[in-house]
Design a protein around this ligand. Structure first.
Ligand code: ZN
Length: 124
């Protein structure tokens, strides 16, 4: 094996490894995003677990501390669309699609937290 062939082989192996790593990251990211669920808390109790991976358009009504909070899901996102709170901060947040942005309605003691499913499994 001459030097040129060896170098070409190394480049080939390197590229293959890179492609493998990138696809793995891509698959894992995709899978995590697919398996999101939203947990709705009222005063630290889970009152609703909503599967966001189905991307369903659906309404949920939970009894908050001071009244009913209207939650809506669409396209894999979730939002509080109606709440009796004075500042409407939760409503103004709009739809959330990521795990790192909780929706909080302090007035009604309602919290919505998006997380990956507990039964999340890695298939390689
Ligand atoms: Zn609110």
């Amino acid at each position: 094996m001459d030097k040129k062939t060896l170098r070409n082989d190394l480049i080939l192996i390197g590229s293959l490894l890179l492609v493998a790593v990138i696809s793995l990251i891509f698959v894992l990211t995709l899978k995590t995003k697919k398996n999101l669920q939203a947990k709705v808390y009222v005063q630290n109790n889970v009152v609703e677990v909503i599967d966001l991976s189905k991307k369903e358009e659906k309404d949920y009504y939970v009894n908050g501390l001071h009244g009913v909070v209207h939650i809506h899901t669409k396209n894999g996102g979730i939002a509080i669309v109606e709440s009796g709170c004075p500042h409407q901060d939760c409503v103004n947040m709009g739809y959330v699609y990521e795990t790192n942005r909780p929706i909080i309605c302090a007035y009604n003691a309602v919290y919505i937290i998006i997380e990956g499913k507990a039964n999340y499994d890695v298939e390689i």
